[in-house]
Design a protein around this ligand. Structure first.
Ligand code: ATP
Length: 249
């Protein structure tokens, strides 16, 4: 990938569900290292966009390029191996396994290496998983079963899990949902500090405009399946259409 090639590019993505157009001509290019926030009211098309980019939904038309390569038709597992990772609003963890075991399973799954537990015996895999946990401030809970962990810790672990495959692009679905008002900024600080070390490009869907203003360097605003504003947070927040259809001011 040369310097000018975006890490992610979508070209004219189109998706309809019956009479509802959930994505209309979505074209966007994202430079490596960007922290991009996707905003929009309920039903605006944010999830449809994320689902198409992560392979969970096939676009009716258009294409998706990852670091210049067409990945439009790849399924989520193949996309993970190519470098698109995703963390969900509800953490996708095995509650009975420890944090470290979850990391090892995630790594094995990302590498497509079945049976899952073979890499668990490798010291190198354990060290790599522990290093990621350390970065997220989770080393102390490595041997604790997930079912004993608090909600915020599970969310952090879920993001650490997504980082095991060293992705180029990480998609976060409402990272601060369910996190208390006092905790949300320290929580985001911890995530961003951990991600900065890898220079990973982050795309996060977020409803909380304080979080968007503080952590995004670019914002995409969706309304009725279209991008109605795209740019720096201040500019997007001041946009008339965004004020009317997204932030409600
Ligand atoms: N599987 C589906 N079947 C039918 N309609 C769908 C489906 N998925 C999404 N839609 C419709 O597409 C539109 C966009 O939905 P989408 O979930 O992408 O919005 P969103 O911005 O993510 O909303 P939210 O913030 O509520 O998650 C909505 O009108 C929704 O009802």
């Amino acid at each position: 990938m040369n310097k000018a090639t975006p890490v992610l590019e979508t070209r004219n993505l189109q998706k309809s569900f019956g009479a509802v157009t959930a994505a209309r001509d979505i074209s966007v290019a994202v430079e490596a290292g960007t922290r991009l926030s996707v905003i929009g009211s309920n039903g605006a098309g944010k999830t449809t966009f994320v689902n198409m980019v992560t392979g969970y939904l096939k676009p009716d038309e258009g294409s998706i390029l990852l670091a210049g390569e067409d990945v439009t038709r790849l399924d989520p597992r193949r996309l993970t191996r190519r470098g698109i990772a995703r963390s969900f609003q509800i953490p996708q963890l095995c509650a009975e396994l420890t944090a470290l075991e979850n990391m090892l399973v995630a790594r094995a799954a990302a590498e497509g290496g079945l049976p899952f537990f073979r890499p668990a015996r490798s010291a190198e895999a354990r060290d790599a998983a522990l290093a990621v946990l350390e970065r997220f401030g989770l080393a102390a809970i490595a041997d604790r079963p997930v079912l004993e962990l608090a909600g915020g810790t599970r969310k952090l672990l879920d993001i650490a899990l997504a980082m095991t495959g060293r992705p180029k692009l990480l998609m976060l679905d409402e990272p601060t949902s369910g996190v208390s008002a006092e905790e949300k900024f320290p929580f985001m600080d911890r995530i961003m500090a951990a991600l900065d070390r890898d220079g990973v490009t982050v795309l996060f869907v977020e409803h909380d405009m304080d979080i968007v203003g503080a952590y995004a360097d670019r914002v995409l605003a969706f309304y009725a399946g279209q991008i109605i504003a795209d740019g720096a947070p201040d500019m997007v927040m001041a946009d008339e259409g965004v004020r009317r259809h997204v932030t409600g001011h």
